[in-house]
Write a protein that binds this ligand. Structure first.
Ligand code: GLN
Length: 211
């Protein structure tokens, strides 16, 4: 039994739990450090990274989460979760009452928050996502005030890109135990029935050490 945690301070926690359950695995919301013990993997959901940062710090979760990430257990971040996993933010929020926005880090990337905003705030598109058993089947991807990967270290694999204003921007990356997407596979589908489970399936294969 692989128990998967979803950080449940803010954001689309329930959608991730439902997607994991639709894959036949078990997911639980995580609010306290003690609950990280025994997890096989952790999801950092989409939402608002500045709010999550504030809550992570005020709940004393920053160090336990950094330790979990460093332990080698698989961690998947979608959207705001990608920002939390990034080692660097190009344009961190500075209006958080003193300290600038921080991340947990671990993933050797720099992200740009709300990166598509100048062009399109929120949009949906079809992507080619490598590393799947059927990479030629397009992935329907929902972007909501999403970040993109501005730059990445040599050890980071780009799994999907979006072409925008003549440049290919990475929107899905993996490095070792860490997986991140700019978009929200967990919100694809209707009436609570997820229709795009392949990112969550990939994450589960990482947990089972099959990918
Ligand atoms: N723009 C949000 C942030 O900076 C991310 C949006 C999302 O998770 N859908 O945290």
């Amino acid at each position: 039994e692989n128990l998967i945690g979803v950080l449940a301070l803010q954001g689309d926690v329930h959608e991730h739990i439902r997607a994991i359950e639709a894959c036949g695995e078990t997911a639980v919301p995580i609010r306290r450090a003690a609950e990280l013990a025994g997890l096989a993997g952790l999801i950092l959901p989409g939402g608002e990274s500045t709010t999550m940062d504030k809550l992570i710090r005020s709940f004393g979760l920053a160090e336990p989460l950094k330790e979990f990430i460093a332990s080698g257990q698989p961690v998947y971040g979608s959207c705001a979760g990608m920002i939390l996993l990034a080692d660097r933010i190009v344009d961190p929020a500075t209006d958080l009452g003193g300290q600038p926005q921080q991340t947990l880090g671990g993933l050797d990337i720099a992200v740009r928050r709300n990166a598509f905003g100048r062009q399109r705030d929120s949009f949906e598109t079809e992507l080619t996502f490598s590393g799947l058993s059927d990479p030629e089947r397009p992935m329907h991807a929902v972007f909501i005030r999403a970040p993109w990967v501005e730059s990445a270290g040599a050890g980071v694999q780009r799994l999907a890109t979006v072409r925008i204003e003549g440049a290919d921007r990475a929107v899905a990356v993996r490095s070792g135990n860490l997986l991140a997407t700019s978009f929200h596979p967990e919100v694809t589908g209707q009436r609570g029935v997820p229709s795009e489970l392949r990112v969550h399936e990939l994450f589960i294969r990482m947990i089972k050490q099959e990918a």
